[in-house]
Design a protein around this ligand. Structure first.
Ligand code: CMC
Length: 379
């Protein structure tokens, strides 16, 4: 350790941590690939389970392999009763805090908790993905005084999540919308929560711990929590005509427009492209085009910021979609989590493939070698 000159990269900006074969981001072009496949193709043509299989096994699945993933996921969604009791006990907390607590508790019931073999990690990743949806939906119902709905035996992750929220099979278009939303959120290289999950895994801790780390990190408004802040902003704006003035006042007072900007993308986030169009169509279908129009006007007011590489990110239109699906704002970041657990899992797999403990340095700039003062002499 030195107290002399060092190269400091605050926030680890532009620092490469390792190599990856999972996702590629070209921030200048606004391009995102999972395992070499363009996110636009995956969002148009795949299901979330296909993407889980692609991420965890490295290849697009055959029909048989996809059926195996679907059936493994569908039969591993149940949550042990004591974990639901914990949800009941902490039900007044933010759903993200409830989810973090409950996923931590799941480890007590997972027979493979300490097994870090490749297959055990894949299976635990898929199991926790499904169980997390059961926890979020159970909490949604418990805090409304309703009985949780048991997972559906055959529906996919997205349709089953909506089914467990509302207790009825969802409209197929809306289930597909949620499916695409999960695909778009599934993986994003070394973002803050995936990096945090890797740090935990690098100590040879277990996958549940890494996922709990990821949940705690994703919650913040500079990361996954932004979708919740975007919808709060849209509600405050109230109508499309108010958007321009609202944005100006926010920026003039030094605030940030949530759902804009990205550490890597300096062009349009390709995930926002899909969500924008889907938010527009859902608003029309549900007879509430105003949320889309408010966000569209915020986007127009932010146009001058494009010169500085500040564009809408994945969180900007996601909130409007969830709102139109009658999902409360504090569930937005848990929903991001339900899509992202496979991403954290594959990052942990890669970290463990050639592990080295992640332990960077901090440059010490405090005082040195102070004379010790006994307690009774301190004034
Ligand atoms: N509104 C207004 N100005 C902004 C915004 C914004 N949303 N984002 C960045 N800027 C400005 C910022 O003020 C700074 O200006 P200056 O150079 O004059 O000080 C400049 O752009 C660079 O910003 P930064 O904070 O140094 O950039 P960063 O790479 O450290 O931060 C970010 C990236 C995502 C934290 C930031 O853009 C932000 O706070 N955005 C709003 C929160 C948000 O939408 N988060 C979701 C990110 S995408 C989903 C996810 O991965 O979680």
């Amino acid at each position: 350790m030195t107290t002399g000159e060092v190269e400091l990269r605050r926030g680890l900006k532009d620092v490469y941590l390792d190599r990856t074969e999972v996702s590629f981001i070209d921030g200048q072009l606004g391009k995102l690939l999972y395992r070499g496949y363009n996110i636009h193709d995956l969002a148009e043509h795949c299901s979330f389970e296909e993407v889980i299989s692609l991420l965890l096994y490295g290849k697009l699945p055959t029909k048989d392999q996809l059926n195996q993933t679907l059936s493994f996921c569908a039969s591993n969604r149940a949550v042990p009763a004591p974990v639901l009791q914990i949800v009941e006990m902490v039900k007044q907390a933010h759903p993200m805090d409830v989810l973090r607590t409950a996923v931590s508790a799941l480890s007590a019931f997972d027979p493979a908790v300490e097994d870090n073999s490749l297959d055990a990690l894949r299976h635990k990743g898929m199991r926790v993905t499904g169980q997390a949806a059961t926890i979020v939906a159970a909490h949604f119902r418990i805090r409304r005084g309703l009985t949780p709905v048991a997972p559906h035996p055959t529906l996919n992750h997205a349709a089953n999540f909506l089914y467990m929220l509302y207790g009825k099979e969802p409209d197929p278009d809306e289930a597909r919308l949620m499916d695409v939303d999960f695909i778009l959120h599934a993986e994003h290289s070394s973002n803050a929560s995936a990096f945090a999950a890797r740090v935990t895994a690098s100590t040879l801790s277990d996958l549940h711990s890494a996922i709990v780390t990821g949940i705690g990190t994703l919650k913040g408004p500079l990361h996954g929590g932004a979708a919740e802040s975007v919808m709060k902003m849209a509600l405050e704006i109230g109508k499309p005509a108010n958007a321009e003035r609202y944005v100006k006042e926010l920026l003039d007072s030094g605030g940030r427009v949530m759902g804009f900007g990205h550490r890597v993308y300096k062009a349009e986030d390709p995930r926002a492209t899909h969500l924008r169009e889907r938010a527009r169509r859902l608003g029309e279908k549900r007879g509430h085009p105003e949320w889309y129009l408010i966000l569209e006007n915020v986007e127009k007011a932010m146009e001058p910021y494009r010169r500085r590489g500040i564009y809408p990110n994945v969180d900007f239109y996601a909130g409007a979609i969830y709102h139109l699906l009658a999902i409360p704002e504090d569930l937005f970041v848990p929903i991001f989590t339900l899509g992202r657990i496979p991403g954290w899992t594959v990052q942990v797999l890669e970290q463990l493939e050639h592990n080295v403990i992640i332990r960077p340095l901090l440059q010490y700039v405090g005082p040195m070698d102070l004379p010790f003062v006994p307690l009774e002499e301190r004034g």
